[in-house]
Design a protein around this ligand. Structure first.
Ligand SMILES: CC(C)(COP(=O)(O)OP(=O)(O)OC[C@H]1O[C@@H](n2cnc3c(N)ncnc32)[C@H](O)[C@@H]1OP(=O)(O)O)[C@@H](O)C(=O)NCCC(=O)NCCS
Length: 163
């Protein structure tokens, strides 16, 4: 079994993160400036998973709300296809949950597309449940928040309480 390391993102990882994200549809991708912001200002809640030879094969980008410090948010999570089903995303999310729990958070939120069956199965396996008080629309057998990101852009809002 190959060895992997989870590390906090370093500022100069941001271009490698951008390249990794391009290999991970249907996840949305960002402008490089957004990856740079996470690598520079949110690297205490954002991690990469690397192979022994230092290649980034997955990452998690997250932050703690400045308004409600008990709330943490996972913005992007991915593992490149050839490294999936090895428990790497689970390890990245566990690391994030440990970090934000230590920092006093009591909830973690994230959103995903209602047709992203793999992400939905993954997050449910990690104990996330659909949340949100807004208008719901059932898509693909799951409750999404209607027009969450604008007209027609429905999203599943997942939340996990932390102990
Ligand atoms: C979702 C994603 C991050 C999962 O990464 P991964 O490293 O393969 O996931 P893990 O190996 O840690 O899987 C943990 C659990 O999630 C579930 N899971 C993972 N992949 C799954 C799949 N293809 N189908 C069903 N369940 C799946 C399983 O319960 C799995 O546990 P098991 O292996 O004991 O059965 C990866 O598929 C990915 O990068 N997808 C594209 C990007 C994306 O959509 N990101 C999420 C939205 S931001």
């Amino acid at each position: 079994m190959e060895e992997f390391q989870i590390q906090s993102i370093k500022e100069d990882d941001f271009l490698a993160i951008a390249e990794t994200a391009l290999k991970c549809p249907p996840m949305a991708t960002e402008r490089n400036s957004i990856y740079h912001i996470f690598a520079k200002f949110f690297n205490n809640t954002s991690s990469v998973v690397k192979t022994k030879d230092d290649t980034i094969v997955g990452f998690i980008l997250g932050f703690i709300s400045q308004i409600n410090p008990q709330d943490a948010y996972i913005h992007l999570l991915c593992v490149i296809p050839s490294y999936r089903k090895n428990g790497l995303a689970r390890a990245l999310v566990r690391e994030f949950l440990d970090i934000v729990t230590r920092k006093g958070c009591s909830r973690v939120y994230l959103i995903t597309g209602p047709k992203n069956n793999v992400a939905i199965a993954f997050y449910k396996s990690m104990g996330f449940e659909p949340a949100g008080k807004e208008d719901k629309i059932e898509i693909n057998g799951i409750d999404a928040v209607k027009d969450y990101n604008g007209p027609g852009d429905h999203k599943v809002v997942f939340c996990k309480p932390l102990k």
